[in-house]
Design a protein around this ligand. Structure first.
Ligand code: IMP
Length: 415
């Protein structure tokens, strides 16, 4: 069996949560492969709000296994807090022994560096993501599996703090006492030990046993560390290829790949965003789409659909199909715009470019529509909304398999 994959096509917040939540009902396992608690979505179940940042969305399907892969950076503190929302995780949640930990100094470094960057700040979520991945790549990180031996781990952390003391002091990062380190690690050990596993082998076994596995990407393609709008990106490979390294899969293990994009674009944090609308339309998109971050509560920047970036993202990820989310947010606009090319210093490019900050969008304007909200059949969509969807399909060269017309699970058009 091959694993299916869901990946964000824009700058994150595409509404992957709704899709994964819906699909998770049909899968035996859901696995996260990158990112950390910078991601997040809220799901309402029986009137109760559940906030998910690290735990895969399959947690709401009682018979699914949930895996936090080695490519994820795990804050034990955040994970333990999130786990408290459930009382039946044993045997349903597994954390890779190879996943790196985000510890409090990573968070302090993230926030201190953002302050120092001043006007050039990345606008991170301040959750220690970048510093934790830096420690991993620099080979001074600590893995979840090390919680099995607290004595050795605290010694190793003590050494880390000794070596890094000058840097940490300059950044104003507090160095914890040996006693405090041990005390914290003990809490992490007690809470997390039953969940630590060799998840690489676990995923292999699931696939060998013909179980259905869904791979859940976090953030979006344009925030990918290699292929996104560097340096205004997150610190992991958000694209489908990240699932291979982030779980221990081979490219041959991946089956269907579905890209998730909103019918317009949003971005949180800084960095170039060619189709951003600074006027009334951008404001209207934000209000109608409730575009405020789930993790940080920040206002999202809003703008029009960027078909150039979407085509690039579909190619990078190898998308078999696209799901278009929040089409209803575009209801009530007299005209809607799609970016079909970029203009850079008078030259026109239909390809994504190295420096997006120099780009001016070339728009195609289409007539708007009312009342797509709640529609669950394509033929019942207003004609102009149908044309808009067809145009996206044409421009991106990717089949649209699903359209979402409200946050409700049932308001979904399957094509
Ligand atoms: P970091 O991942 O916290 O280091 O933040 C780096 C950039 O990625 C910032 O622009 C964040 O706003 C953005 N980012 C990180 N996680 C998410 C997410 O889940 N949705 C949208 N943007 C995100």
């Amino acid at each position: 069996m091959k694993a299916d994959l869901i990946v964000g096509i824009q700058w994150g917040d595409e509404g992957k949560g709704k899709i994964v939540d819906r699909l998770a009902q049909n899968y035996d396992a859901v696995a996260r492969y990158q990112g950390g608690h910078n991601a997040g979505h809220t799901i309402v179940v029986d009137g109760k709000k559940i906030a998910l940042h690290l735990i895969p969305s399959g947690v709401l399907n009682k018979s699914a296994v949930n895996i936090i892969g080695n490519g994820v950076v795990v804050s034990p503190e955040a994970l333990i807090k999130e786990m408290k929302q459930f009382d039946d995780l044993k045997g349903r949640l597994f954390i890779s022994e190879k996943a790196h930990m985000i510890l409090s100094h990573h968070i302090a470094i993230d926030q201190a560096k953002e302050r120092l960057r001043g006007a050039k700040a990345i606008g991170t979520t301040g959750r220690g993501i970048g510093p934790a991945y830096s420690s991993k790549v620099e080979r001074s990180g600590h893995r979840i599996g090390e919680l099995r031996d607290i004595e050795r781990l605290s010694e190793s952390l003590k050494e880390y703090f000794e070596i890094n003391k000058p840097v940490l002091e300059t950044l104003g990062v507090e160095i914890p006492s040996f006693g405090k380190i041990k005390e914290e690690l003990k809490i992490y050990q007690e809470s997390l030990l039953p969940y630590i596993a060799d998840t690489t082998k676990m995923v292999w076994d699931l696939l060998r046993e013909n179980k259905k596995v869904l791979l859940e990407g976090a953030q979006g393609t344009l925030l990918d560390i290699d292929h996104g709008t560097y340096p205004y990106v997150t610190s992991s490979n958000t694209i489908s290829a990240g699932a291979c390294s982030g779980l221990g899969l081979s490219p041959k293990d991946i089956g269907k790949i579905v890209g998730i994009a909103k019918a317009y674009c949003t971005r949180v944090g800084n960095g170039p965003f060619p189709t951003e609308d600074f006027g009334e339309d951008g404001k209207k998109l934000r209000d109608r789409g409730h575009e405020f971050g789930t993790t940080t509560g920040r206002e999202r920047r809003c703008g029009w659909f960027d078909a150039v970036a979407c085509r690039y993202a579909c190619r990078l990820n190898g998308c078999d199909e696209l799901s278009i989310m929040k089409l209803d947010v575009l209801d009530g606009f007299e005209k809607v715009k799609i970016c079909v090319a970029y203009e850079i210093d008078g030259e026109i490019s239909e390809d994504f470019v190295f420096d997006l900050s120099k780009v001016k969008p070339v728009y195609e304007e289409m007539d708007g529509w009312d009342r797509s909200e709640g529609v669950s059949k394509f033929e019942n969509l207003p004609k102009n909304a149908q044309k808009y969807i067809k145009r996206i399909e044409e421009l991106t060269g990717t089949k649209i398999g699903m359209i979402s017309t409200s946050p409700d699970r049932k308001d979904t058009i399957l094509l």
